[in-house]
Write a protein that binds this ligand. Structure first.
Ligand SMILES: [Zn+2]
Length: 156
């Protein structure tokens, strides 16, 4: 019985696309939306604010649309088109991930820079423009440029 069921499912799924990253994400999205919509409608109902207006109907319909899209992709026989869709999705996903990692890096760099500015002062060498880092609170000192060996006096 179980065997024939899985067998029939296999025959049914033959030549169909099945699951991919986008499909899994759509299913998760469906579960979240379904829960959210129920929560919102229940809250409105309890407060007696629920009137059957167009956006309530739309709200009820929205999770079904997402689920429908997910199932339609799973059962689709146009495998190259579904592959291409998933590729576009994965590319967008990795770009999004890259965007956030870059921002995190920038924050880390900015923080360490702020930390350095508390304990050090930065001067540009008058001869070659090289940035020189000097500890703060040393009074007037002669600084030697590490690149061109020009000496200049600065208050730190
Ligand atoms: Zn220099």
């Amino acid at each position: 019985m179980f065997y024939s069921l899985t067998n029939r499912l296999r025959t049914f799924m033959a030549g169909r696309y099945g699951f991919d990253m986008l499909g899994s994400l759509l299913l998760v999205l469906y579960l979240i939306l379904n829960y959210l919509v129920r929560f919102i409608l229940n809250t409105l109902l309890r407060r007696g604010l629920l009137t059957e207006v167009w956006w309530v109907t739309l709200l009820r319909f929205l999770p079904m649309v997402v689920l429908g899209w997910a199932l339609w992709r799973v059962l689709s026989k146009n495998i190259p088109a579904r592959c291409a869709e998933n590729g576009v999705f994965m590319e967008g996903w990795s770009r999004l991930k890259m965007f956030f990692t870059r921002r995190k890096d920038a924050v880390v760099r900015w923080k360490s820079g702020a930390e350095e500015r508390k304990t050090h002062r930065f001067f540009a060498c008058p001869n070659c423009g090289q940035q020189v880092r000097v500890p703060k609170g040393k009074g007037k000192i002669a600084i030697k440029c590490p690149r061109c060996h020009q000496e200049f006096v600065k208050k730190t």
